[in-house]
Design a protein around this ligand. Structure first.
Ligand code: NAP
Ligand code: F7E
Length: 334
């Protein structure tokens, strides 16, 4: 039985990756960070795993190197997926230092712990298309010049280079997956796709009237998280460690995502959506459109979901969740 450590297991990707690895017979050590917010809410993406005998939840902060040393020494993992991050680009402009500590140093501490305690452990780094920044040369691939424009992207780029340094200099099996945007019903509610699907569901049920958004012209290559975690796992099963791009190879604007969801829900954008400069960023990444050809040719990765299926699933799940909450409130009032 293989053992994998997944940091950031309560997040979107951590939860899907845990599902996949447990299904494949792994023992999964998922790490979460204690905060004052209630445990139940924090663990909503992994509630279904908490009683699984092959899933162990451990407390760790990736900026606390000793917690990573402890985990690696105790569990001697075969694979380590570094997914923990301050992952919100907009927030990184307000918290550049802590974002860098988590997104850059968190990666370095893990690499060091592996090098010193279990050098045969395979390492996956969650790199990001944000590293291409304002370079709009399309489609973006492994040869595209990086041009980060946010503290989030700068920290991720430093970590990205650190991963290839550990691979070349210390012989660690370390891969970076440069992942383009991927979403799902488990996506955090302050990312634009989920903000839209949740608001559309609430408007439909009469629980909300207005949706305030920022820049609608930004274009993103949006895939489904379930497809992307499969790609992460595939990268670590190859004979040699390497870097890859995971993307769908198609791009859509935020406006198009909004139109699709509102049309599907039978809502009129003009009646509900307000543009609020509060959601503009000091610097924007205008267009992301990835080239996943290496991933497809070398590893045989093929995404199962398309843009419309993704948007539909997110809206339907939000509608269900909001309907359930509404009925619970009605029940408790009768
Ligand atoms: P997510 O939902 O925001 O999850 C991030 C996780 O990291 C959360 O569980 C968070 O826990 C945890 N975390 C934050 N700071 C931590 C710390 N100091 N110590 C330990 N855990 C910490 O992100 P995601 O969408 O699953 O993305 C997974 C990874 O892929 C991230 O590294 C992200 O930057 C990267 N990425 C994502 C995308 C995408 O489109 N989703 C694309 C490219 C790359 P808390 O609840 O405690 O904050
Ligand atoms: O923004 C625009 C916003 O926050 C997408 C992270 O997973 O993917 C994600 O980063 C676009 C941007 O994701 C709102 O300005 C308009 O142009 O959903 P987002 P992101 O910044 O692309 C990359 C690959 C990662 O690595 C990150 O971890 O939508 N936008 N109005 C808005 N964005 C938000 N959040 N909220 C709005 O109201």
């Amino acid at each position: 039985m293989k053992t994998a450590i997944i940091t950031g297991v309560t997040g979107q990707d951590g939860s899907y990756l845990s599902d996949l690895l447990i299904d494949k017979g792994y023992k999964v050590i998922g790490t979460y960070r204690r905060t004052v917010s209630d445990f139940e809410n924090k663990c909503q993406n992994i509630t279904h795993l908490l009683d699984d005998g092959n899933f162990i939840l451990e407390e760790a902060d990736v900026t606390d190197s000793s917690s990573l040393y402890r985990l690696i020494s105790e569990y001697q993992p075969d694979e380590y997926y570094n997914l923990a991050a301050q992952s919100h680009v907009g927030t990184s402009f307000k918290t550049p230092v802590s974002t860098t500590e988590i997104n850059m140093m968190g990666c370095l501490y893990a690499l060091e712990a592996i090098r010193l305690q279990k050098p045969s452990c395979k390492f996956y780094q969650a790199s990001t298309s944000e590293m291409f920044g304002d370079n709009t040369q399309c489609p973006q691939g492994l040869d595209t010049h990086f041009s980060p424009v946010s503290p989030y992207a700068c920290a991720k780029l430093a970590a990205h280079h650190m991963v290839s340094t550990y691979r070349k200099s210390y012989g660690i099996y370390a891969c970076s997956g440069i992942l383009f945007n991927h979403e799902s019903p488990r996506r955090g509610e302050n990312f634009v796709t989920r903000k839209i699907t949740k608001a559309a569901a609430r408007i439909k049920l009469g629980l909300q009237d207005e949706l305030r958004l920022g820049n609608l012209s930004a274009q993103r290559d949006w895939g489904h998280a379930a497809d992307y975690v499969k790609g992460m796992w595939m990268m670590l099963q190859h004979e040699v460690a390497d870097d890859y791009v995971l993307a769908t190879g198609k791009t859509n604007s935020v406006q198009e995502f909004l139109e699709y969801v509102f049309d599907y829900a039978g809502l009129d954008i003009k009646d509900h959506v307000v543009i609020d400069p509060k959601f503009y960023r000091p610097c924007e990444v205008p267009k992301l459109w990835g080239d996943p050809s290496k991933m497809m040719k070398t590893l045989g990765w093929v995404p199962e979901y398309d843009f419309e299926e993704l948007a539909m699933e997110m809206y339907e799940q939000d509608l269900k969740k909001q309907y359930f909450k509404l009925n619970k409130t009605i029940d408790s009032n009768v």
